[in-house]
Design a protein around this ligand. Structure first.
Ligand SMILES: CCCCCCCC(=O)SCCNC(=O)CCNC(=O)[C@H](O)C(C)(C)COP(=O)(O)OP(=O)(O)OC[C@H]1O[C@@H](n2cnc3c(N)ncnc32)[C@H](O)[C@@H]1OP(=O)(O)O
Length: 248
């Protein structure tokens, strides 16, 4: 039990709170992105960081990635590199070698469990996203490129897929502030449809914290901010790890 608890805490941390590895600032956008591009290594045991650019990322996704990535580092007067106000959050498709939470998990399920938003093999087919957090401003920004497998209404993104991303962004944000947490309440207003294949911004801000409760607001917009696609508010409740192990 003690070992399971330790593994679960580690898993929560690795899924939401690993330190960022900032990419170097470069003159050329493409070359900068390619330098940090995630290339799966078949014989490496190092887990793949899904929040790095891959071949499916379009120009808008890459442009915004570079923009926020450059804010992860700032140069001092002596040309020294210092950590900037933003931090890129790495993202893996599994938190632990074997999933621990839940009392009904068979060994097969334990070993096959994968993060819902990171389980597509084809790059670009579903959720392509990267999250940046600004702890000073208590803000989080996600750049999302919505792939063809996320279709709901013809040519547009499924409402459930949008909700999934809102839960992911606000949940990751809340976990950064006070981990571990679980979503208790999510309210979503869909204002305008998101075209399939487009890149959008998902921004979350901390509204307030009250004891175990963390309230977060979120909006999904076009990348120039001119179009509001979705608005949401979310409540996260801090939990003890035994809440997950014992099923609530
Ligand atoms: C990279 C990955 C990031 C992804 C993040 C994704 C996060 C998720 O999707 S989590 C999965 C979906 N969520 C769940 O399955 C949660 C299921 N629910 C639960 O486990 C529990 O109900 C849980 C943890 C939310 C609350 O536990 P509970 O024992 O009720 O907490 P409790 O201590 O009684 O309540 C704490 C406070 O929250 C309030 N509260 C609890 N639930 C709600 C709710 N749904 N609405 C409003 N308030 C609520 C209580 O009223 C109480 O308020 P106060 O302190 O003022 O009296």
């Amino acid at each position: 039990m003690a070992r399971s608890l330790a593994r679960l805490v580690k898993g929560f941390q690795s899924i939401t709170a690993l330190p960022a590895v900032a990419a170097p600032a470069c003159a050329s956008l493409r070359s900068a992105s390619l330098r940090t591009m995630a290339v799966p290594l078949p014989f490496s045991s190092k887990p793949r960081d899904f929040s790095l650019p891959n071949v499916s990322w379009g120009p808008e996704m890459l442009r915004l990635y570079e923009f926020y990535n450059n804010l992860c580092e700032r140069e001092t007067e002596g040309a020294e590199k210092r950590r900037g106000p933003w931090q890129r959050l790495p993202s893996y498709n599994r938190s632990l070698k074997y999933a621990t939470g839940g009392v009904y998990l068979s060994k097969i399920i334990q070993s096959k469990a994968r993060l819902f938003t990171r389980n597509m093999r084809n790059p670009g087919a579903a959720f392509e996203y990267v999250l940046f957090v600004n702890k000073e401003e208590q803000r989080c920004v996600c750049i999302l490129q919505a792939g063809h497998l996320l279709e709901g209404p013809p040519g547009h993104v499924h409402g459930g897929a949008i909700a999934t991303m809102i839960d992911t962004v606000t949940g990751t944000h809340a976990s950064q502030l006070c981990e571990p947490v679980m979503t208790a309440n999510l309210n979503i207003n869909y204002r305008s449809p998101i075209p399939l294949g487009s890149t959008v911004l998902i921004e979350s801000t901390l509204d307030r914290k009250e004891g175990k409760k963390t309230y977060i607001s979120c909006k999904v917009t076009s990348t120039d901010g001119s179009k509001l696609h979705t608005e949401a508010t979310a409540l996260f409740v801090s939990i003890s790890i035994s809440h997950l192990l014992l099923g609530g």
